[in-house]
Design a protein around this ligand. Structure first.
Ligand SMILES: Cc1cc2nc3c(=O)[nH]c(=O)nc-3n(C[C@H](O)[C@H](O)[C@H](O)COP(=O)(O)OP(=O)(O)OC[C@H]3O[C@@H](n4cnc5c(N)ncnc54)[C@H](O)[C@@H]3O)c2cc1C
Length: 457
């Protein structure tokens, strides 16, 4: 008999909602997160801030307070990194490492598990993208929110999707000179996608506020432009963006923040045997039914791991999972709201989705896999000379994706480069299943040894 009814992995908006709802249904619930505080990527905290002082820095803070207030009776296991999830007879074993330095092994048993591990940011490589001072937009935001340090004083923000405006707004409030925002998509294209209109209505207020802030501070917004080059002496000093038609604009900067969307963190789910599918934005996501159940009995998934769609959708899915586990009925209106958000997410991917062909002009010498120092040229020659035609082949032949991050950063780019060089489409279901690798997070060998031999010191 498991100690717990449910372990929820990930205390972001979705995991918090799932845990609160399952607890409200009378279940014994543990909520586990590798970070020291709840809130995930959406409600990332300044470590020294008292909760009461934080509201100004966050969107939707009232929702955080409301869900957090419903976690009474939930066992909170923070600073616990889950590195394996194992289906066993009648439930699951969840293996975690507690603490940051001397990490102590923790083993949990539960009848059911909800995985809400979110997504990490994706950057499509471009000329000079590894220069110091170039970082992800969310990384720059996390630096500001988490430590109060600004990523730079003259900053260009480039890439695709709504996160660019959110980050620009945060930096402007912190007194940073945002020299421009460049989005590969055209926000006006939402107008051509009527299915997304109902989802847009709820976001119009927020979008209008960001647009006003940019206009007030005279920050140019370049729609249809992508970042093509970062250059400088030892760190980024200039950034170039270009339109599809070849029009170029150059900015002097001391930081360049880039984001091309998100990659769901599926390691635990894939390791436990859950089926996946390729979403509209080309990313691998876990397959779930309308109750958030994966194909593994007792294993549910919510939030960005089921498809990138934003915090509101993640919360709704969390509620559905919690209710499902507690045996409660899920109101049809909840499903309708989820459908509205999904339609909007689909439109958002269509409007801002990256095109793999932008990698065609990436110079051969440019690094793609930073951990193993594999260049674009090495991947191309593996395709040309060794018959490689997908990301897995590129990994085996070049070591791209074999380093510390296990392809989390470069996986999509390697896959797109292999597709471009070989002519075989990247999104035909052979998208990189590198996520299948356990452990989900780095663990020490002595921890692994202790897991195999529980009596070992
Ligand atoms: C860098 C970044 C910045 C963003 N900024 C904004 C923004 O400003 N505004 C906005 O509207 N949306 C933003 N988003 C999107 C928004 O955060 C998401 O839509 C929302 O947070 C999704 O909720 P979630 O619960 O699915 O995932 P998350 O909020 O990502 O939560 C996942 C949680 O799981 C934990 N976790 C992951 N793996 C493990 C593991 N193996 N063991 C233990 N814990 C684990 C993580 O620590 C995290 O707390 C941002 C996303 C990212 C990645």
């Amino acid at each position: 008999m498991a100690d717990l009814d449910v372990v929820v992995v990930g205390a972001g908006p979705s995991g918090m909602a799932a845990a609160a709802q399952a607890r409200a249904g009378g279940l014994r619930v543990a909520l586990v997160d590798q970070q020291a505080r709840i809130g995930g990527a959406y409600w990332r905290h300044h470590p020294q801030d008292a909760v009461a002082e934080e509201s100004a820095a966050h969107h939707d803070w009232a929702t955080f307070r409301r869900i957090a207030g419903r976690l009474d009776g939930v066992e909170l296991l923070l600073a616990h990194a889950v590195w394996a999830l194992e289906p066993v007879d009648g439930g699951f074993v969840v293996r975690a490492a507690r603490g940051e330095v001397a990490r102590e092994p923790v083993r949990l048993e539960a009848s059911s598990v909800v995985v809400a591990t979110g997504a990490h940011e994706r950057v499509t490589p471009f000329r000079g993208w590894t220069l110091p001072g170039v970082m992800t937009a969310g990384g720059g935001q996390a630096l500001l929110k988490g430590t109060g340090v600004v990523p730079g004083h003259r900053v260009l923000i480039a890439g695709s999707g709504p996160l660019l405006l959110v980050v620009a707004d945060g930096l402007l409030r912190a007194g940073v000179d945002v020299v421009a925002v460049a989005d590969t998509g055209h926000p006006t294209a939402y107008g051509l996608r009527p299915s997304s209109w109902s989802g847009i209505v709820s976001r119009m207020g927020e979008a209008a506020a960001y647009t006003r802030t940019l206009a007030r501070q005279r920050v140019p917004f370049h729609a249809g432009y992508r970042v093509v080059e970062a250059s400088g002496d030892g760190r980024v000093e200039r950034a170039v963006i270009a339109s599809r038609g070849g029009r170029r604009r150059e900015y002097d900067v001391d930081a360049l923040l880039v984001s091309h969307g998100f990659t769901p963190q599926l390691e635990l789910l894939v390791g436990a045997g859950a089926e996946t599918l390729v979403d509209h934005d080309g990313s691998l996501v876990v397959a779930v039914d309308s109750e958030q159940r994966t194909t593994v009995p007792g294993l549910l998934a919510t939030g960005e791991v089921t498809g990138v769609g934003g915090a509101s959708l993640a919360i709704l899915e969390g509620y559905v999972a919690g209710r499902t586990l507690a045996g409660g009925e899920v109101r049809p209106s909840l499903h309708e709201r989820i459908a509205v958000h999904r339609r909007f997410a689909r439109a958002m991917h269509g409007v801002s989705g990256g095109r793999p062909d932008v990698l065609a002009d990436l110079p051969d010498a440019e690094l793609v896999c930073r951990c193993e120092e594999v260049t674009a040229g090495e991947i191309r020659s593996a395709c040309r000379d060794l018959g490689v035609d997908d990301a897995r082949g590129a990994k085996l032949m070049t070591r791209a994706g074999m380093g510390l991050c296990q392809g989390r950063m470069c996986g999509r780019a390697v896959s797109d480069l292999a597709a471009l060089a070989s002519g075989r489409p990247a999104d035909d279901g052979t998208a990189p299943r590198w996520a299948a690798r356990l452990p989900a997070l780095p663990v020490t060998l002595d921890q692994l040894a202790a897991e195999r031999h529980p009596d070992a010191g």
